[in-house]
Write a protein that binds this ligand. Structure first.
Ligand code: SAM
Length: 239
């Protein structure tokens, strides 16, 4: 998958190439990450990328031309047509289904805004979709773009050490994940659930499923609202 990020802070976004799952994905050539700085597409001495808002008011707005030129070059850098996404608190709220759909695409261009945001005409001319990472306002779209990059990367085949580990993550099956334990077996008087020590795989699977169902029911009942549980799951939940 190729992801191009249009950002005033490429160093910040490129951090994902240096560590963890995203770093491994880049290293293995599974994720191809590029940044484009609108400042490199300015024509004045001060490399101006923002200006005062028409109509007055506080803050600055990102100018349309440098952004558009950067997006143009990002588009041209590969023959695969990209989906162009503006990271914005006004976009649809990102969830695992949306991430899965984005991760299935061969190519994304993510636009990270700054200041009060970007000139609306850029959105009209270049943007296919707007996505938010939650109902709060960040100072810039870089962290939001990094969230998308990370969440997509872990879904790319070959990015995770253990291929199955994404499959049991929260939301992948519409449920929250079960609790996890590792050594020591007893910590401050708290033991690991006995079933996990017995090596009986069917029993362990059953316990995990029950935990996942119970946790989802307790913590995120909304996830179960439109879900028809099969008999086995219903029995586990009732136990
Ligand atoms: N004035 C804008 C508003 O209220 O809708 C907020 C601008 S914010 C200070 C600057 C940039 O941060 C935005 O252009 C966007 O790219 C990014 N941003 C802020 N919050 C975000 C969120 N929740 N999800 C995605 N991007 C966000």
């Amino acid at each position: 998958m190729r992801i191009d990020v249009v950002t005033l802070f490429p160093d910040l976004v490129n951090c994902v190439s240096g560590c963890g799952v995203t770093g491994r994905a880049v290293e293995r050539g599974i994720l191809d990450l590029h940044c484009w700085n609108p400042r490199d597409y300015t024509e004045d001495r001060h490399r101006t990328v923002d200006d005062r808002p028409y109509g007055g008011g506080p803050g600055m707005v990102m100018k349309v031309e440098p952004l558009r030129r950067a997006i143009h070059d990002a588009r041209q850098a590969d023959t695969v047509p990209p989906l162009v996404v503006y990271m914005s608190p006004q976009g649809r709220r990102l969830d695992q289904d949306a991430v899965q759909r984005l991760a299935d695409l061969p190519r994304l261009i993510l636009i990270a805004g700054r200041y009060e945001g970007i000139d609306e005409r850029l959105v009209e001319l270049e943007v296919d979709e707007e996505w938010s990472i939650g109902d709060y306002v960040l100072s810039g779209g870089e962290l939001a773009a990094m969230v998308v990059i990370d969440a997509c990367a872990r879904l790319l085949p070959g990015a995770l050490g253990d291929e199955d580990s994404a499959q049991q993550d929260s939301f992948m099956t519409g449920l929250l994940d079960c609790p996890h334990y590792t050594r020591p077996e007893v910590y401050e008087g708290r033991g690991v659930p006995q079933v996990l020590l017995g090596g009986h795989h069917a029993e362990i699977e059953r316990w995990r499923r029950k935990q996942a169902l119970g946790r989802t029911w307790q913590r995120r009942p909304d996830l179960l609202e439109h879900r028809v549980l099969d008999e086995a799951d219903q029995r586990l939940l009732d136990e």
